[in-house]
Design a protein around this ligand. Structure first.
Ligand code: FES
Length: 103
């Protein structure tokens, strides 16, 4: 498993979603929630919505505003219709103010 830098901690705001472009993986959604960092694919599996552009965090899940589906951003699991397929999810690591994903 390799570590790839996704962004700096200073790019993230608590409760917000940051878009990181990762070579070979495409766009990822990076979530900072209660000082923990999570990462999933950015594109909703129901349609083509970008979760970092059109999604928001509420009650421990990311809601896709296009059709109100939801995913657990900690695991990528789809948890509300019409979303059924999971998002790819990535382990994260924070070192010296930098956020890395494991691929
Ligand atoms: S595109 Fe995300 S719920 Fe439909």
């Amino acid at each position: 498993m390799g570590l790839i830098k996704a962004c700096d901690m200073s790019d993230l705001e608590d409760g917000e979603i940051f878009k990181a472009e990762i070579e070979g993986e495409g766009a990822l959604a990076i979530y900072l929630v209660d000082e923990e960092v999570f990462a999933t694919a950015d594109i909703c599996t129901h349609g083509e919505a970008s979760l970092s552009d059109d999604g928001y965090i509420e009650d421990g899940v990311v809601i896709c505003s296009w059709h109100d589906g939801a995913f657990d951003f900690k695991t990528g699991e789809a948890c509300r219709l019409p979303c059924m397929d999971p998002l790819k999810s990535y382990p994260t690591e924070v070192k010296d103010g930098e956020v890395f994903i494991k691929v």
